[in-house]
Design a protein around this ligand. Structure first.
Ligand SMILES: *Cc1c(COP(=O)(O)O)cnc(C)c1O
Length: 639
């Protein structure tokens, strides 16, 4: 292979660089134009949408970035996929029960989203799970298929339970899951008051240890769930009142993002046995609800790393169906309806946040000037270090440069260096670092310190978005999301950067990115040019992020739009949800725009009377002030 050929950048190299084949399959790829291509319906792979062109089209229509794109067909495919996997497992294991998924509302309560879950879930009779009173109200208002399942979890009061019982009179199957022993009393009282026999479930605290970040969701000290003795107490109390027939469901939740199939298997084995025991106690058990936890492969590594998972949906379904079948068949108990509450695995893939890079801060020094023989000793030393840098002495050179730099800082502190000299030392130091990094590219094994240097020297790319609003879990729990440019992928990304958002919070940044192993601290990006727009995408962010997002620095909800494939393979825009205006976020914190305008106008008038400001200046100020109130909270293009 000749040199030129070898060095030519290709979209395949970009695909490797950003690991899109791992996490993106089958919905995201790179097309010939070097743009991210969305394949919303994997059964129609020929109908792709060029993400870059889509964003440009939307921008031309006035839908400003940052923009959250929801691909409805991806959601539909996720729902279909999980149902088909369970149905396949049920057929192969000759399982006698059925599978009924419920969507946990807390993962994304947006109205249009929940409506799509209900719409796409209809052929599979997908139900809803509520974890609070407001979510119960959402679930009850949903236009589900007749008999639609509603599973009521979370902390409950008397009204919650009474509402749930009354709703059993609708054409819905509403099950109240006891998460705390106190809820049994509430339920019995609600029965007395309404005369409606409750359909009861119990949430078990499993002994099996969870793994990973949500390991605490299980075990005896878990926040929710009944211990074995409490479950027995429920059975006894129901038996006393001749209400054993009311107990129909066993639920557990082993934690979210279960990266290892071992924890899935351990949990279901234990739960299946509890189920069998409950059935033997004369209850009316019909449902085994295995909760959520089905993980998403955010880094595409197919491993048990916390950002990944070492199993696929089919294996998950096989293991659950097999364990329940085995335990029930052995005990000669009817196979239950299997319920799962997968949230992340259904919601994550369908949305993409696209934002624009608006600026950069890059440390580039190039060849430094010789400070000359009369310069301070420390400057001459730094320059010598610079000149002596070679691939075989990188570590030593880095130590020398760092030592010289420290010395320069301390000399300045005690008054022996001028500000100008200190600046010169700083430049020489960074020039050394730059040269060391450059030389390190030729090495097979790079010393650890030099790897850290890469991070220190990384450019900062400023994005028109808020980490706190759009990927709060990146900040709160160091969750990793795949992030990459959505165009120029036929061009080598020669810059290593971290990302900073618009908030003035130093935590408003992303400096942990997916990697083949573990995490990397810089993201390869393309050179940023002022005159050319540069778009980045944050992928797989459809679960939890929207509702956990907050108004830090008063950056509000982003614009969001639903995109659906049409019959011809083009796309049509569904709901457009306009992001917050400044006026709206101000009103969340109790400000009244009218009063604010009035106060600013009064100050402007005063300044004008004192001759400090002209009429035209007042006019311009008031126009900006009033226009801003009605504008997007993010940066917008000049008109
Ligand atoms: C959060 C939660 C879920 C959803 O979990 P995922 O990991 O997103 O699938 C399901 N059930 C309960 C009880 C939960 O608290």
């Amino acid at each position: 292979m000749d040199d030129e050929h070898e060095s030519r950048w290709t979209i395949q190299k970009s695909a490797d660089q950003y690991q899109i084949r791992g996490w993106g399959h089958p919905y995201f790829t790179i097309n010939e134009a070097g743009h991210v291509q969305v394949v919303p319906d994997p059964e129609r792979p020929q109908h792709g949408i060029d993400l870059f062109e889509l964003v440009n089209d939307l921008d031309a229509r006035g839908l400003e970035l940052p923009l959250l794109l929801r691909f409805s067909d991806v959601l539909k495919d996720r729902i279909k996929r999980i149902n088909e996997c369970f149905n396949k497992a049920i057929a192969e294991y000759d399982y006698k029960g059925v599978y009924r998924g419920v969507f946990p509302t807390k993962v994304n309560q947006q109205k249009h989203f929940i409506e799509e879950v209900v719409e796409f879930g209809a052929p599979w009779r997908v139900g809803l799970e509520a974890g609070s009173k407001p979510e119960l109200l959402i679930a009850l208002a949903a236009e589900q298929e007749p008999g639609g399942l509603v599973v009521c979890n979370g902390y409950k009061d008397q009204k919650y339970i009474e509402t749930a019982l009354l709703a059993q009179r609708f054409d819905k199957t509403v099950i109240v899951v006891l998460e705390r022993i106190e809820e049994l009393e509430f339920t019995l009282r609600a029965f007395k008051k309404t005369g409606i026999r409750p359909c009861i479930g119990v949430r078990a605290k499993l002994g099996a240890k969870g793994v990973g970040r949500w390991a605490d969701s299980v075990g005896d000290r878990a926040k929710f769930g009944l211990t074995t003795s409490e479950i027995v107490e429920v059975v006894d109390k129901l038996a006393e009142r001749e209400m054993l027939d009311c107990l129909q469901l066993l639920h557990y939740h082993a934690g979210s993002q279960l990266s290892s199939i071992i924890s899935v298997k351990n949990a279901i084995r234990e739960a299946a046995n509890i189920y069998v025991e409950l059935a033997k106690m004369g209850t009316n058990m019909k449902y085994l609800d295995v909760g959520g936890g089905l993980a998403v492969d955010y880094d595409g590594s197919k491993s048990d790393f916390h950002a990944s998972k070492n199993y696929n949906i089919q294996e998950y379904a096989y293991d659950i169906v097999a364990a329940i079948a085995e335990a029930c068949t052995k005990a000669e108990i009817a196979h239950p309806t299997i319920v799962t509450e997968s949230g992340r695995a259904i919601a994550a893939h369908q949305s993409v946040l696209v934002f624009e890079i608006v600026g950069k801060n890059e440390v580039r020094f190039g060849t430094p000037q010789d400070p000359g023989p009369k310069a301070h000793k420390v400057l001459r030393q730094l320059y010598e270090t610079y000149q002596g840098i070679q691939p075989k002495n990188l570590q030593e050179a880095f130590h020398d440069a760092s030592q010289n730099k420290e010395e320069a800082d301390s000399l300045f502190k005690f008054g022996y260096l001028t500000l100008r000299e200190r600046a010169q030392a700083e430049k020489l130091f960074w020039a050394c670092c730059e040269r060391i990094l450059e030389a390190a590219k030729k090495l097979k094994r790079v010393p650890d310190e030099v790897i850290q240097l890469e991070q220190m020297m990384a450019a900062i790319y400023y994005g028109n978005f808020s980490v706190f609003q759009s990927i709060p879990d990146s900040w709160a729990i160091d969750q990793l999301f795949p992030i990459m440019p959505i165009h120029r992928l036929d061009e080598e990304p020669t810059v290593k950067a971290t990302l900073a958002d618009l908030t003035c919070d130093s935590d408003g940044k992303v400096d942990r990115f997916i990697d083949i192993e573990d995490v990397k601290h810089v993201l390869p990006v393309h050179t940023f040019r002022e005159e050319q727009r540069y778009y980045m995408g944050i992928f797989l962010n459809g679960a939890y992020q929207e509702i956990l997002g907050d108004l830090h620095n008063l950056f509000g909800d982003t614009n969001a739009v639903h995109v659906r494939l049409d019959a011809e393979g083009g796309y049509e825009l569904g709901h457009f949800v306009k992001g917050d205006e400044i006026r709206e976020v101000l009103s969340y914190v109790e400000y009244e725009p009218g009063v604010m305008i009035e106060r600013v106008r009064r100050q402007a008038e005063r300044a004008r009377r004192q001759g400090l400001i002209t009429f035209d200046q007042v006019k311009l100020l008031m126009k900006h002030y009033e226009d801003s109130l009605g504008s997007y909270t993010y940066l917008t293009a000049d008109e």
